[in-house]
Design a protein around this ligand. Sequence first.
Ligand code: S3P
Length: 446
Amino acid sequence: MSLFDASERVPLRAAPSPALRGRFRPPGDKSISHRAFLFGLLTRGETRIEGLLEGDDVLRTGRACKALGAAVERLAPGRWRVRGPGLGALPPPREKLDFRNAGTGSRLTMGVVGGHGVTATFDGDASLRKRPMNRILDPLKLMGAVVLDEAEGGRCPITIKGARDPAPILYRAPVASAQIKSAVLLAGLNARGVTTVIEAEASRDHTETMLAHFGAEVTVTPEGGGRRIELVGRPELKAAPVVVPADPSAAAFPIVAALIVPDSDVVIEGVMMNPLRSGLVGTLLEMGADIAFLDRRREGGEEVADLRVRASGLIGVDVPASRAPSMIDEYPILAVAASFAAGATRMRGLTELRVKESDRLAAVAAGLAAGGVAHAIEGDDLIVEGGARPLGGGLVATHMDHRIAMSFLVMGLASRAPMTVDDTAMIATSFPTFRPAMERLGARFE
Ligand code: S3P
């Protein structure tokens, strides 16, 4: 697989489109795909992966796993084989680990390195270099890792000397973040004793599920409004196949497109219905979306369903802050849906959006302004005033953020005038087939 070239800007315009029709399966889930590579690295023997997301972010994690001693091979589209050196046996990487745009890949791999006696340098593109890493480095330091070098404020490039014998810790995550939780658990895998993470609000649980799938002893118990996760270190991880369900965060774009393009009727297949990832669909249902769940079944240990989505008259709602962890990546596209809804939608408690691939709160507000949509930011809340069909006609700055690019392209499929985004190169990080897939449903891009 070749990695894309992000050095050139690729602008794109989305134009008002005829009714979207057809069926489509989104690519594999990004969170599970990163973890599939990392579990393959940490497990001796052969890990087979089906349905891997072949986006740049995930391929960067695959590359890092290679640098850390795994044999990583692509057998067919979405089918990969990883043969890892196994827990405790990682060699020091000979090259810098360049994660480009990938926050999840870099942070989870920091956890792996932090719990092994190897030294590695982590770096990325201009977007990743702006993102805060102390949230990961702080617990890793408690476990015995040493930060040898870092850019100001705990930013990449960062060189970490991992702990050969990491201390099992009890860690209360300061924010509801699956990345923080996962980094601590991945480091804790190589600790003698029980590593505990307490999260005040439940975040996506793929790491816990996959730890159990690979034979580790992990217990999850409700605590307060959140969860306590306990992991017994130094398990004998057993190779196990990974089947990756379709990514609900990628599905979000065709779902909202079908809701707002008049007369649309599409089926999005195999979408993971994990409740910790389903906040957007729940919110859209509250807004009056016509979404039917067909053929609910299990795939790869997760519940999945085919979603039949028909164009709907939406109404504005109040989205509580407590829902944020289950839809953290979906606010840009929810803001687009809200632009087409009658009345105001208030999305509460969006602080974490400021530290994503871009400052997503600011980027969404600017995109709404470009589309002629009235909105306001009050503290950490975003209020979108829906009503008449948005004017569109604007140019949106994507700030190296794939979800900003896709969201405002979706807006342009249904606004009065086309919407243009200044760069679509980053879409390849998470949804490389976005354009052809949407075109097959009837979307018009120019
Ligand atoms: C992810 C966790 C989320 C999410 C990211 C993927 C993961 O980040 O935004 O796209 O796979 O663990 P946070 O944990 O920082 O909220």
